[in-house]
Design a protein around this ligand. Structure first.
Ligand code: PHE
Length: 341
């Protein structure tokens, strides 16, 4: 039996040498230390031995068992270590490498510009009102005091659609009617931002699509003075206390009296350039006192209420602010332009 134990020990230790991974190690444990391993079966037979033999064989059997258990845990530990080494090698991380930059999107400059102008109006107590980009003939013209065949309609070279009576809005003014009809007879201080479309001769300062902000205040005792103060205050809030503005008499069917207003051209500081058409001033929009017919169409009694309205070309404001010398940059999607904002 002693030689059988030697045999068991040697062949087990021999077999352990070829164990290379956790699964075969577990297989080895079951085969050599498990319930039906030769060593364990031998323990079962100890009871049958004589009194003299039993302690000798028993001691040796325990020795073999401890030797196998020690070899098992040594092997297990070395397998764990080499697995660790392997993963440290293969998953090596160099924390000093520069990271990969993720491209992050941002607002288009017209949107962020629009938002900053809206913030200034919000400070002055105006609320934003949304109105549609496609309107019926009634809203684009008739309700703004331009019945069909009125020659003033020619002031807006409009994009008509294949749907009878529907055209893209050439200005944000039709929104005046929507907002008045919603709030009459309450006083209004609203701005209506959005895209407008006109068939234009494209140039450094004119595009066929552009953003406008319509400004509308309706109430009791609203005057032309309030209009001029609001526009000049806007210019100063946007460009600083020294920003100059001017108003020129003009004609719009939906305001009376009407004016056009200009901001000083900051691209050339009055010297004259392509953007301001060599005048030193950049036209920002039209304005005036809301025509009594329009007030009436909006649901206000023109005997009691007055109002002022203005349209603001927001890309032109951004051109002044950032010295952009051509309005066409806004829509050509050139990354070299867009990435500057
Ligand atoms: N809607 C006019 C335009 O786009 C501007 C304007 C707005 C004029 C409000 C007067 C009052 O040309």
């Amino acid at each position: 039996m002693l030689s059988e134990l030697d045999q068991i020990e040697q062949s087990a230790l021999q077999a352990l040498k070829s164990v290379q991974d956790e699964t075969s190690l577990e297989g080895w444990r079951i085969a050599h230390l498990g319930r039906s391993a030769p060593l364990m079966l031998l323990f079962d037979q100890l009871g049958k031995l004589s009194k003299e033999e039993r302690p000798v064989i028993g001691r040796r059997a325990n020795e073999v068992k401890r030797a196998l258990e020690a070899a098992f845990s040594a092997r297990s530990e070395s397998l764990r270590q080499s697995a660790l080494q392997r993963s440290l090698q293969s998953e090596r991380l160099d924390v000093t490498l520069p990271g990969r930059v993720l491209p992050v999107g941002r607002l288009h400059p017209t949107s962020s510009n629009m938002r900053s102008i809206i913030r200034v109006f919000a400070d002055m107590g105006f609320q934003v009102y949304r109105s549609p980009e496609a309107e019926t003939d009634e809203f684009n013209f008739s309700l703004l005091n331009m019945p069909p065949h009125h020659p003033a309609r020619d002031m807006w070279a409009t994009f008509y659609t294949t749907m009878p009576n529907v055209s893209l809005r050439p200005h944000t003014s039709p929104g005046q009617i929507h907002v008045m009809r919603q709030y009459a007879p309450e006083p209004i201080r609203a701005i209506l931002p959005g895209m407008c479309y006109r068939y234009e001769q494209i140039s450094a300062r004119k595009e066929t699509q552009f953003n406008q902000i319509e400004v509308l205040a309706v109430g009791v005792d609203i005057t032309m003075g309030n209009l001029k103060a609001t526009i000049s205050d806007l210019a100063r809030r946007l460009f600083g206390q020294n920003m100059r503005t001017r108003f020129r008499a003009a004609y719009f069917p939906f305001t009376e009296p009407s004016a056009e207003y200009d901001f000083e051209c900051l691209l050339c500081h009055g010297k004259g350039c392509a953007v301001c058409a060599w005048t030193g001033w950049l036209e920002i929009g039209g304005c005036g006192m809301v025509h009594p017919v329009v007030l009436q169409n909006g649901g206000y009694d023109p005997e009691k209420y007055t109002g002022f309205a203005a349209g603001l070309g927001t890309e032109r404001i951004m051109m002044l602010k950032h010295h952009i010398d051509d309005i066409r940059y806004f829509w050509v999607n050139d990354m070299r332009f867009l990435e500057q904002f």
